[in-house]
Ligand binder design. Structure first.
Ligand code: PMP
Length: 403
């Protein structure tokens, strides 16, 4: 019966990871998948998360029961507060419908299903060029169309704001626009605050539906409030609903626990949150019944227990500063080596990734000749750099660029 099921190529990033794992060269470096690594290249359990896990173990009420369809309420509530801000008028006015999801990807999926079912103005989702590769299938799998808007200016290694704004203007009114809330993946390049205002005003003028994908809050600048600035500005000035897909994979380092949330923020004076929540719960019921409990319980603790919250905010600074230091180290080494090209963009970008500008063949050479693994579009996960390997990486880039 299934003999005609066609074989398809595996996911490129996961294939990269598996080639890295098979590589026996001792000096190999993994700059592939975006997961934080400590200064020894090892996965890092955040101290705040360790403490939260201790609290859960000591809690006599802790159990492995099913969660409600909408998720673990203390988590969902605290997640909405951290992304929208403690003083959010949308929250105070009860204009937000929130539900726990299977991390950021699950949140995007739910957003896609919500759009497909209830948004009648358009079926076209505009994604930045380039964007996180999974953005395309996550919308297309539900029958939505995808298109791209200008983002990365390859010549100047900067934001192509002029064409970005033109594309917002030229898209049919009411289109769906996916905006990376901060730490744009893959370029690590975010609009300035002035540019964000221009973008949001253009979205407002053209009646588009914005979807903020927030996978790196606190990871970009080390400050939760800064990294939610654009999104909160959107909530303040836009008159349309706003969709928010929130992940705690990176900022709490709970990648495999699949901890996230989806929020629908309604405009002022609208009040349909109960109905929207009921629909979101029904989607969950039909797809996976109820969300995973453990990560939500851990993250609820780091968000709400005051001492853990302080520790978590310190952990965010630890991660973002270590990454920044490695950006500077890599740029400085390339400058010292007089590697052809300008490398300042590595320092100007933020978050987990650097869009290095290396070509496909240079990336291939780094892998075969130097055991350095990064995505073929030249995206490097800077978290994979540390003081033990950054010199090897810089010298290898130098060699590949001159080859
Ligand atoms: N959006 C973006 C832009 C991402 O980079 C990622 C993770 N790479 C996600 C969403 C989803 O991540 P997760 O499902 O692990 O939360």
């Amino acid at each position: 019966v299934f003999s005609e099921v066609p074989l398809i190529p595996g996911d490129a990033l996961f294939a990269l990871k598996s080639r890295y794992l098979k590589d026996t060269r001792a000096h190999k470096v993994d700059l592939g998948i975006g997961a934080y690594r400590d200064e020894n290249g090892k996965p890092w359990i955040l101290p705040s998360v360790k403490e939260a896990e201790k609290l859960l173990q000591q809690d006599p009420e802790f159990n492995h029961e099913y969660l409600p369809l909408n998720g673990f309420a203390p988590f969902v509530e605290a997640a909405a507060k951290v992304i929208l801000g403690e003083d959010s008028s949308a929250l105070k006015e009860e204009r937000v419908a929130s539900i726990q999801t299977l991390s950021g990807t699950g949140s995007l999926h739910l957003a896609a299903r919500f759009i497909k079912t209830f948004y009648k103005q358009s079926e076209t989702v505009y994604l930045s060029a380039p964007t996180w590769a999974n953005h395309f299938p996550v919308f297309e799998v539900l029958g939505l169309k995808t298109a791209t808007y200008s983002y990365w200016d390859d010549v100047n290694k900067s934001l192509d704001i002029e064409n970005y704004l033109k594309d917002i203007e030229n898209a049919p009114k009411g289109s769906i626009f996916v905006l990376h809330a901060c730490a744009h993946n893959p370029t690590g390049l975010d609009p300035t605050r002035d540019q964000w205002i221009q973008i949001l005003e253009a979205i407002k003028k053209n009646n588009h539906l914005p979807l903020f994908d927030s996978a790196y809050q606190g990871f970009a600048s080390g400050n939760l409030q800064n990294d939610a600035w654009a999104l909160q500005k959107g909530v303040e000035i836009l008159e349309s609903p706003i969709l928010i897909c929130q992940s705690f994979a990176k900022n709490a380092g709970v990648y495999g626990e699949r901890t996230g949330a989806f929020h629908v923020v309604l405009p002022k004076n609208s009040n349909n949150t109960k109905a929207i929540s009921s629909q979101l719960a029904a989607f969950t019921r039909s797809e996976f019944s109820n969300p995973p409990a453990y990560g939500a319980k851990v993250v609820a603790k780091i968000l709400t227990v005051p001492e853990l919250r302080i520790q978590w905010e310190k952990d965010l600074i630890t991660m973002s500063q270590r990454i920044y230091k490695q950006r500077v180290a890599l740029r400085d080494l390339l400058v010292q080596l007089d590697t052809p090209g300008n490398w300042d963009h590595i320092v100007n970008q933020q978050g987990m990734f650097s869009f290095t500008g290396l070509t496909k063949s240079q990336v291939a050479r780094l892998e075969t000749e130097h055991a350095i693994y990064l995505a073929s579009n030249g995206r490097a996960s800077v978290a994979g750099l540390n003081e033990h390997n950054v010199e090897h990486v810089a010298k290898s880039i130098d060699e590949a660029v001159r080859f």
